[in-house]
Write a protein that binds this ligand. Sequence first.
Ligand SMILES: Nc1nc2c(ncn2[C@@H]2O[C@H](COP(=O)(O)OP(=O)(O)O)[C@@H](O)[C@H]2O)c(=O)[nH]1
Ligand SMILES: [Mg+2]
Length: 205
Amino acid sequence: MLTIKSSEFIKSSARVDDCPKAPFPEFAFIGRSNVGKSTLINMLVNRKKLAKTSSAPGKTQLINHFLVNNSWYLTDLPGFGFAKVPLKEKKKWDQMIKQYLVQRKQLMCTFFLIDIRLKPQAIDMNFMQWMGENRLPFAITFTKADKINKTNIKANTRNYKNTLSKTWEPLPPLFVSSGITAAGRNEILEYIYECSKLFDPEVLF
Ligand SMILES: Nc1nc2c(ncn2[C@@H]2O[C@H](COP(=O)(O)OP(=O)(O)O)[C@@H](O)[C@H]2O)c(=O)[nH]1
Ligand SMILES: [Mg+2]
């Protein structure tokens, strides 16, 4: 089992070119503002305030790098789809995020976060579509599982899978998580560990 021995904030970057250069495998967390990206990162590394969380959506506008066990990076990405942000800003974020996802060579997998209470939304489906078209591996991670009971967790994940099955075969990996109960923690860390073994530093040169 993967144990977390250390975690540290490395830097915030406005562009992919400014991201840290060390040759570590990387895992990104993306999703709509307020979905629980920062909370999930904190839960995974067992820290309360490593990644800044906020109940006011749209706060993280930079790519935030954290180094875990001196071995791999986690990145907390700016949330998308927050209604109160001007269109020009939205486009800037969209471009920045997509550039990062396409150009960041050590990115092994992106965890795509979805609030487990929501029905499939076009904005999320479109983003996954874009990831697929660009051959970018991602894993769906449902957040806030503590907010609904087991029956509804089952029903909602089944419903989501059914919708995904219309466009995806095979389905991407799927995790159910909670920042409150730490549900999903072992599964996600295990997945990160397995993916990190596939990292080849040669891709950086
Ligand atoms: N109950 C519950 N609340 C959560 C969970 N994850 C995040 N939140 C809350 O949702 C809000 C947004 O979380 P945050 O991690 O800042 O979202 P981000 O914008 O995606 O980084 C905060 O008020 C969190 O406390 C969770 O798993 N369970
Ligand atoms: Mg955040």
